[in-house]
Design a protein around this ligand. Structure first.
Ligand SMILES: Cc1cc2nc3c(=O)[nH]c(=O)nc-3n(C[C@H](O)[C@H](O)[C@H](O)COP(=O)(O)OP(=O)(O)OC[C@H]3O[C@@H](n4cnc5c(N)ncnc54)[C@H](O)[C@@H]3O)c2cc1C
Length: 381
């Protein structure tokens, strides 16, 4: 181990999502002085969005490098998937086997955050720290936060997600709407609120397509079921749809209309759901490269946010955590900048490939698709 590139350097990570926290943990066990600045008020803030599938050949490599596979196995679940059509017919069923169960297991977002937080040194994460500005003076970065606090860092890792306000220090480009919209919700206690659901659709994932729309569910560790529906929506609709997501009845009415030709199973699902959110999906394309900059880089969604249709977003972010920390600690680079440049070059390779696959899946899943075609292409969400 050679940690000379990060020795005696103050490393600031902006954002305590899965990618920022994993990067922090790997750097910390390699001797770095690292601080994560996170906007959430405290560790109890509930991250939204259900579960993530963490792939053996990408995301899990970072968890392993963080020396946290045992903790990961405590929470990650091999998960089956049923595919259905809009008429409520189950068209295929894939159950995990002993051989493939941990190739793409699901883990609740909150569990992944918990594992990372429990394994970082005390006070590594500074909560209630929403970054508002960065100034570069000589070779150091001066960071300012909404709560009035200020700090200085030698190296900044921007990990504050798809809507990052710090990305502009590395590139002038902005993410674009991908053209697809997701509405999410959950049934907290399906056995009580929709008891017919699990006996038919099981307690794994469900995916159904029809009329250029998709419906999917994930079951969380506590038995609650989170769902999403996705459909094409242009910018005009995104800006003017006027759905009030605080008003459950209004969202349910919208969904019942939008899915009026679908089977009653799905409609009952909407009626039993609460906690709705609407999400215009964004893509920060890597087709163009970034401008030159020093001692600051982007990881995770800040670097390459993409829609979730190939299940690659967090996996590519965790690959960033893996690759960046590998370069910073393997002793093969003369300077911090060389290590960052090599990381970015590699990241543009794997993450751009994932974005291209995602784009194909997004088009396929919102076309007049057949289940057979989907099975041959394997989507995420
Ligand atoms: C509906 C949906 C389903 C998905 N499913 C999958 C899936 O199955 N598999 C998969 O691989 N990916 C999936 N993804 C993508 C995945 O969620 C993201 O790729 C992943 O969360 C990115 O992690 P991150 O740490 O880079 O960013 P985030 O998870 O967005 O975390 C960023 C953190 O930064 C904090 N922050 C933001 N702004 C500031 C600021 N100014 N100052 C300080 N802190 C700040 C936020 O509070 C947050 O904690 C899905 C995405 C969506 C929307």
């Amino acid at each position: 181990m050679n940690t000379s590139l990060i020795k005696n350097k103050k490393v600031a990570i902006i954002g305590g999502g899965p990618v920022g926290l994993t990067t922090a943990r790997i750097l910390q066990i390699n001797g770095a002085e690292v601080t994560v600045y996170e906007r959430d008020l405290n560790a109890q803030a509930r991250t939204s969005g259900g579960t993530l599938d963490i792939h053996a050949d990408s995301g899990q490599k970072a968890i392993k490098k963080a020396d946290l596979m045992d903790a990961f196995y405590q929470y990650a679940r091999p998960t089956g998937e049923k595919m259905a059509d809009m008429h409520g017919n189950i068209t295929s069923e894939e159950m995990p086997t002993e051989e493939n169960g941990y190739q793409r297991p699901e883990i609740d977002r909150n569990d992944l955050r918990k594992i990372m937080l429990e394994n970082l040194e005390e006070n590594t994460v500074v909560w209630d720290s929403q970054l508002t500005d960065i100034q570069k003076i000589d070779e150091q970065y001066y960071l300012e936060f909404k709560n009035g606090n200020k700090t200085i860092a030698d190296f900044v890792i921007v990990a504050n997600g798809g809507r990052s306000n710090a990305r502009k220090f590395v590139t002038d480009k902005e993410p674009q709407l991908s053209g697809t919209y997701i509405i999410q919700g959950e049934i907290e206690n399906p056995d009580r609120d929709y008891p017919e659901f699990k006996p038919k659709y099981g307690d794994g994932n469900v995916m159904a397509m029809g009329e250029k729309k998709m419906f999917y569910t994930h079951t969380l560790r506590d038995g609650s079921v989170h769902f999403g529906v996705s459909f094409k929506a242009d910018e005009n609709w995104v800006l003017n749809n006027e759905i009030d997501f605080e008003d459950n009845a209004a969202v349910i009415a919208f969904l019942l209309k939008k899915f009026e030709n679908w089977n009653e199973d799905y409609k009952k699902f909407f009626v039993a759901s609460t906690d709705f959110t609407g999400l215009p999906l964004r893509l920060f394309s890597l087709e163009e490269t970034w401008k030159k900059h020093s001692n600051i880089t982007l990881v995770g969604d800040a670097a390459h946010v993409m829609p979730p249709f190939a299940g690659e977003g967090v996996n590519m972010g965790l690959m960033d955590a893996y690759q960046l920390t590998e370069n910073l600690t393997n002793g093969q680079f003369e300077t911090l900048q060389d290590a960052i440049d090599d990381y970015e070059q590699k990241m543009f390779g794997y993450a751009l490939e994932a974005q291209r696959t995602t784009y194909q899946m997004e088009e396929l899943l919102h076309s007049d698709v057949t289940t057979e075609k989907i099975l041959n292409s394997r989507g995420g969400v």
